[in-house]
Design a protein around this ligand. Structure first.
Ligand code: FAD
Length: 485
């Protein structure tokens, strides 16, 4: 069983930890280097205002049995089934997503709904051409519905026009879903099968999604693995196109195999033996940043004195906030694109506190003014968004704010990005014992499940099983058929 091989892993997010977990169990000596002071990557949980929060909403879902078992084992049985409620906030009204026939009809009004259906029929008769996000969604839902429910959020998120965004984003996230399917599901149910986007219950660790990754770390350490936190990896060392080590801000480390989950562009550019034309292509790949503004709202004392007779559900009674896990905000008047309410996930996240913590998401590039604002200015934007939209009734309910900036959180699927990316992947295939996995690590818009799967399959590959790591995301979704039981 003892392999006597040392594996150096860059990054302790879901992908790096999953690979380390399997390899450490199979006799490899693993050493993980993590920039942050804790593990979990973008899927960590943190303590804030005496409660627990995630980095925005983190719903885990997969119908792959191996993946589900692997994830559930690492909750140590401490998880709950959470009913999912996610709506679109548009025109100060909440629309169920997926659309519910009468709900959407009533809230959009008869005339607008009829125009939406006509626009869908038009797209069926004469489809939009091209491979942009805009044409993909307009063909699936009709242009009118696309411009109401998809355009504003998507353009805020990516910072480019939907016509410049590759259809991959839509294909990966809403594949198999269209207006007809959504309406059919709304009126007649899904016949036992549901699109992944429509799944209405999910498992969630009672104390935050990061618990899974803290538990993975413990299992790795039990098997002799080492996890260094607070270490920045600056580059990967190769000799004769074979990985032999890494450079870090704490010195050099040698190993037999290197797995990177750090931003793809940076690590690819660090390879001295890589052709300069390939590096030039890698240099053109773009990442988008996320700004999270956490806002602590209300407590039962304040909100009960303000409560209206309509506020009936326990969650709305305490804080009078929306009862969704998260909402998408489709409005040009607010800068935020999505808001999570952690009080609607599990009671344990609140750690006995009465207040609710909201998390407002903003996105920006390095050179945008928003990214360079200080915490006070960002908190003011978040407060204004909440108050002007009336999502929070009164400024006296806002108790605290805290800002978290995540550099390089989304690989940008600009139209045409794939051509370059596939050439880079091909060039990297000529390197031995070097693997690039994970969301930023392989430049794929992964969820946790995809990153865990990449970690597991990378370990499989090192253990001698055949698999093509570059195509996990799309092929894997394809096997799922976009439907879940
Ligand atoms: C706002 C938001 C909401 C999300 N919602 C969901 C959701 O609902 N469901 C879901 O499944 N997924 C969700 N995700 C995606 C999920 O967070 C990621 O898919 C997952 O964390 C990716 O895991 P990873 O290991 O590939 O990368 P990461 O989580 O990014 O981990 C990579 C690690 O590498 C470290 N690192 C980077 N550079 C270096 C370096 N030079 N040296 C050392 N260490 C380095 C980082 O600090 C990080 O810890 C969301 C993400 C965001 C930002």
């Amino acid at each position: 069983m003892r392999q006597n091989k040392k594996v150096l892993i860059i990054g302790a997010g879901p992908a790096g930890l999953s690979a380390a977990r399997v390899l450490s169990e199979n006799g490899y000596s693993v050493e993980i280097f993590e920039l942050d002071s804790q593990v979990g990557g973008m899927s960590k949980s943190i303590e804030l205002f005496s409660q627990i929060v995630d980095i925005g909403p983190h719903r885990f879902f997969s119908k792959d049995t191996r993946l589900n078992d692997f994830w559930h084992i690492h909750t140590n049985g401490e998880y709950e089934k959470v009913s999912r409620l996610t709506r679109i906030f548009y025109n100060r009204k909440f629309f169920y997503y997926p659309l519910r026939g009468f709900d959407a009809l009533f809230k959009l009004g008869f005339v607008e709904s009829t125009l939406c259906v006509l626009s869908y029929i038009k797209a069926k008769i004469s489809p939009f051409k091209g491979d942009s996000f805009e044409s993909w969604v307009a063909n699936a839902f009709g242009y009118r519905l696309y411009s109401i429910f998809f355009k504003s959020y998507t353009e805020k998120l990516w910072g480019i026009k939907c016509s410049e965004l590759d259809s991959d984003f839509a294909a990966q996230r809403i594949k198999g879903l269209n207006l007809y399917e959504a309406i059919k599901s709304a009126f007649f149910g899904g016949g036992g099968k549901k699109h992944k986007t429509l799944v209405d219950e999910f498992s969630y660790p009672k104390k935050g999604c990061g618990v899974v990754y803290e538990n993975m770390k413990q299992e790795i350490i039990k098997r002799g693995g080492v996890v260094h936190c607070g270490v920045e990896v600056l580059g990967i060392k190769t000799q004769s196109k074979k990985a032999v080590g890494i450079h870090t801000n704490k010195g050099e480390f040698s190993g037999d195999i290197v797995i990177s989950t750090a931003p793809f562009r940076d690590m690819v550019l660090s390879l001295e033996e890589l052709d300069s034309s390939v590096k030039e292509m890698a240099g053109r790949l773009k990442f988008r940043n996320t700004i999270l503004v956490y806002v602590e709202v209300g407590d039962s004392r304040i909100s009960l004195s303000n409560s209206s007779p309509q506020a009936e559900s326990p969650q709305t009674k305490e804080t009078q906030l929306f009862k969704d896990n998260w909402i998408y905000v489709h409005s040009k008047d607010t800068q935020t694109g999505r808001i999570t309410n952690f009080a609607n996930w599990t009671k344990d996240l609140q750690c006995g506190q009465d207040s609710a913590i909201l998390c407002l998401e903003y996105w920006a590039n390095d050179d945008e003014a928003l990214w360079n604002l200080d915490d006070n200015a960002l908190s003011e934007i978040a407060k204004r968004d909440l108050l002007e939209s009336k999502l929070v009734a009164d400024s006296s309910l806002i108790k605290n704010t805290s800002v978290l900036k995540i550099h390089k959180s989304y690989p940008v699927y600009e139209r045409g990005y794939k051509d370059n990316l596939h050439k880079i992947y091909k060039a990297l295939d000529s390197f031995k014992d070097l693997y690039f996995i994970g969301r930023n690590g392989s430049f794929k818009y992964n969820n946790q499940d995809h990153s865990i799967l990449m970690g597991l399959m990378c370990a499989d590959k090192i253990l001698g099983r055949e698999c093509d790591l570059w195509h996990i995301n799309t092929d894997y979704d394809y096997q799922e058929g976009g439907k879940s039981e």
